[in-house]
Write a new protein. Structure first.
Length: 237
């Protein structure tokens, strides 16, 4: 229907104005009406990726633990991996929606405890519910469990965020900013930061993308290296 209306309008304007240019201008208008936001958004998307995307590092550091600034559901895969593979003794976070290995809201510290201790109750309940299965590619040391305690305040020196929602960049199309960082909580110094962008396209192209977004830079060129900036004191070199 839109194509039919456009063709009629192009012919009418060419005939009315007795000019081929009028028809071309009319055709351009009908083409841009459903696509102008996608074109503008693509330009903005490429600019943001080139100007602000990527990974920047100031220095690396070691720590016993860290405050997870972008997880609020308990000790999920990233937390468990930090405790079992990356040499951290604890991970702290502000639990808003208790889902993983805790039923408590508020500040929590997760760590590896001796199996059979009362603090292992949520871990044991999780394994019973999932037939002994824990997170993929994560092995809990023998005679250990992942435990969690409520804490009054954060003790970790560093904040760590991996792929945190950084808000929506303004413009005619929806472009999400995704951020990662390592920050010293005491001094405010940012040890490393990363940014990438997700573009969902214009109003016409978005339904045709089936819910997927264009992303740049890639994970390995932006957020991936963040995990190498802050190392656990028990990590192997």
């Amino acid at each position: 229907m839109y194509s039919w209306i456009a063709s009629k309008a192009i012919r009418f304007s060419s005939k009315k104005m007795q000019s081929q240019t009028a028809g071309i201008v009319t055709a351009a208008v009908f083409f841009l009406l459903p696509t102008w936001d996608s074109i503008w958004g693509a330009v903005q998307f490429r600019y943001l990726c080139a100007a602000e995307g990527g990974f920047k590092i100031v220095r690396t550091a070691q720590a016993a633990g860290f405050f997870d600034a972008d997880q609020h559901s308990g000790c999920e895969g990233t937390c468990a991996e930090a405790l079992t593979k990356r040499g951290f003794q604890f991970v702290e976070m502000d639990v808003i929606t208790p889902l993983w290995l805790t039923k408590s809201k508020g500040l929590q510290r997760f760590y590896l405890a001796d199996a059979g201790s009362p603090n292992c109750s949520e871990f044991d309940r999780y394994l019973a519910r999932h037939n002994g299965y824990f997170y993929a590619n994560i092995t809990i040391p023998k005679l250990k469990c992942v435990a969690g305690d409520s804490i009054a305040s954060v003790t970790a020196q560093y904040d760590l965020a991996i792929a945190q929602d950084g808000g929506v960049a303004f413009g005619p199309t929806k472009i999400d900013r995704v951020e990662s960082y390592v920050r010293d909580r005491g001094t405010g110094e940012v040890l490393a930061a990363a940014a990438s962008f997700r573009s969902w396209g214009g109003w016409l192209s978005k339904p045709l993308s089936f819910g997927s977004a264009s992303v740049c830079p890639s994970w390995k060129d932006s957020h991936g290296p963040i995990e190498q900036v802050l190392k656990g004191e028990g990590a192997s070199n």
